[in-house]
Design a protein around this ligand. Structure first.
Ligand code: NAP
Length: 303
């Protein structure tokens, strides 16, 4: 499917691509690089690539598919480094959680004849690093591909086929629309989780040990999201500013309405919303995006 696959950054996402590509023979050769020597050594030790190079420029030489798997904030600098070394006809893509800034930051460094086709696998966990990946990470998850205007249709089709081979369901979408959708489905929920865990940690009238001891309620589920990688999420908010601020505005208005309903004892408003939201969870489960098992399928076995 691919002659030489180059992975720039080998953390959770990059190593999952490598594992699946290796398992299913999707690339004749995999070349990988990472920022630190430690990660490069781990990648070599885990056998995730045929070759591990010290620099991104070396990694992309002769590659027909190059995937940027670093945090979004690093894409511009990486693109500047690899631009002159990209092979004619190569597809340059990424896995970043934000899409319009990829086009803005990367395209100035893409030479004629190289196809920039950004992508975003909507799959992940709160764990990072090359050891955190696994080959089934993308199975039945969506990968959104966002070709810029005028992008080569055949290159887009090749990338879509690659993600399908990794196990994903695929959708082609405009980059700005992607950023709006993900702002409400992923970015704002993460911000809320970071905020509520931060608020609880800062409370003076409830001790930290009580927060942790009695966290079996909703708080515990927020801590999972709030444990996500700080660098990755900082970069997401800095790079999806407009869409996140727009969705946050809507969220704050709705929160104020709920605050008013509580203050005025307006039970109907609360009940009606909670009924609607329960139905949405049902739809998420029916769409195969969540398990119907109680407590998110957490094991509660005896001893
Ligand atoms: P990760 O596990 O933290 O791995 C990041 C990789 O990028 C590491 O190899 C790291 O090298 C390298 N790197 C970090 N900063 C760099 C820099 N400034 N220059 C060059 N290389 C750098 O991250 P991840 O979870 O795989 O996420 C990677 C990308 O996937 C991000 O853009 C993220 O938005 C996107 N994404 C993540 C998820 C998720 O749930 N995690 C889901 C979908 C998409 P060192 O180890 O040497 O520092």
């Amino acid at each position: 499917m691919v002659d030489r696959l180059a992975l720039i950054g080998v953390g959770l996402i990059g190593s999952s691509i490598a594992r699946r590509a290796r398992q299913d023979g999707l690339a004749a050769e995999i070349v990988a690089t990472a920022r630190s020597r430690e990660t490069r050594e781990t990648v070599a030790h885990l056998g995730l690539a045929d070759r591990v190079t010290e620099t991104a420029a070396e990694a992309v030489e002769g590659a027909d598919l190059v995937i940027l798997c670093t945090p979004v904030g690093a894409f511009g600098a990486v693109a500047r480094e690899i631009g002159p070394h990209l092979a004619p006809g190569a597809i340059l893509t990424d896995v970043g959680s934000v899409k319009q800034t990829v086009i803005d930051d990367v395209s100035p460094f893409v030479p004629e004849g190289v196809h920039l086709i950004p992508g975003h696998p909507v799959a992940g966990t709160e764990n990072s690093g090359p050891e955190a990946g696994f080959p089934d990470l993308f199975e039945d998850r969506w990968c959104i591909v966002t070709p810029p205007e005028g992008a080569d249709a055949a290159a887009t089709d090749r990338l879509v086929a690659f993600w399908q081979a990794l196990g994903s369901k695929t959708e082609v979408m405009d980059a700005r629309h992607h950023d709006l959708v993900l702002a409400i489905t992923s970015h704002v929920p993460h911000l809320i989780a970071y905020n509520i865990v931060g608020t609880a940690a800062d409370l003076e009238t409830v001790t930290q040990s009580e927060v942790i001891k009695f966290s079996a309620g909703g708080f515990r589920d927020f801590t999972r999201i709030a444990a996500s990688d700080p660098t990755m999420w900082r970069d997401i908010f800095l790079n999806n500013k407009d869409a996140v601020l727009e969705m946050l505005g809507r969220f704050t208005e709705d929160l104020t309405a709920l605050q008013r309903a509580i203050r005025w004892g307006d039970g109907d408003t609360l009940f009606n919303l909670f009924t609607r939201t329960r139905a949405i969870r049902r739809e998420v489960i029916d769409a195969g995006q969540e398990t119907p098992a109680p407590d998110f399928g957490r094991p509660h076995g005896k001893g």
